[in-house]
Design a protein. Sequence first.
Length: 170
Amino acid sequence: MRPQTGWLGRLLRNATKGPAEAPHESDVPTPVTTERIAAFLTRRGYRFRIDDDGDITGTWEGHRFWFLLLGPHGTLLQVRGRWARTVGGDERLGVLQAANDWNRDRIWPKVYLREEDGGLGVYGEVSVDLEHGATDDQLGQVVSCGLGTGVQLFSALSALLPGQEDLPEE
């Protein structure tokens, strides 16, 4: 009989091993907190601040992002970004179509428009329920996914609507 390779081989080899070792401390899910999110961003060398609501916020590629812990127990992590441009009324239909196309073709981020003073704001969100906590790697993956896919979305929109004025930096 040939030796098994790939996932089946790993499964069979692991099934014949002795008792599992205790997980390393960093492999154990722990509650997600603002401090853990800030620590991840700091390790990556990102600049951010804590706003008046106690939320982490910063600018990536010129776009504002927030890292929010939502829900009754603060266990829903949401990485929310706002496109640095405001959409005028005459471009509403085109941006709505682009948002629908994005939401149909991709999982992240969810895209929506919101009426704001002087136009429409375009937002992208990645939300994950972390009720049972997260390892450092899992937390980093959610934060990186929110930032990476948000920046991709905003770059795609910028290519569709060149020449718009950017929002002023805070």
